[in-house]
Design a protein around this ligand. Sequence first.
Ligand SMILES: [Zn+2]
Length: 279
Amino acid sequence: MSSFDTDSSNVVLPSNLSLPDYVPLRRDAVRDFEDQFRQTTTDDIYSAQLLQVKSMAEHYITYIMSNSHLNFSEKTLEEYIKTFENLSKVQQESHKLKQIHDLPNIRSFSSRETQELTLDSLDEFHAANQPNFTDVIRQEYSNVKTRSTSNDASREFYTFLRSVLFVCKNPEDAIPDEKSSNDDDDDDDEINISGGKVSLKDPITLNYFETPVLSKRCKHTYEESSIRTHLRTNNTCPISGCSAMLTLGDLKPDKLMRIRIRSAIRVEKRHDKNLETVV
Ligand SMILES: [Zn+2]
């Protein structure tokens, strides 16, 4: 470039120095571009979509819970759950494709010099007797194991979403344990349950929960005001048999219990209404 500045006064440059709209790419370059495009763009989109569904569902839950006259639509929750599942599935498939792409025998296939198929080379093609690339891919694809690709936050939220739907239908039932294999730190074996039922009452005052809080240490739930009072003079969980050390910092709002209460009230109201119509 710099040589142009010094002694190129009589070089005639083309009048239009901009690139034409279309520049044919070399085959290799096209492939590199496709690889990059497929691997980064689609992954980003799936992750963004998962976050979006998570955010939509969170808004929905917050909206319902901050309007005391509203109730959850089971249908809506189910749709969120399904969307979540489908997106995770697509993300997993995309990861499988990526894994296959990196396998040695697939790599060798795609890096092989491709000869142009003409009438002259036809015999050579037949003689080579190569396996069909599509079949090879299909074979490898069926061998790749599906593994979860969603991050912990979205998996956790998915579990929460399913729990919300469950307690909407069964406000007083314990959440059935689905995943037992990938949970090594099993320190949270549902202690709130008595005979398969979850108590909707504060263990200290025995009144129904209004602002339930959960102990992060032992997963026990209490009414906020009563545990605050208890912790003024104690530093352990008030549940008999539980010796967990407890401070105010170990407590967090028990969202699921609030949803249980809301759903229990709805079920009760529906029951009352039925009685009215019977009478
Ligand atoms: Zn406890």
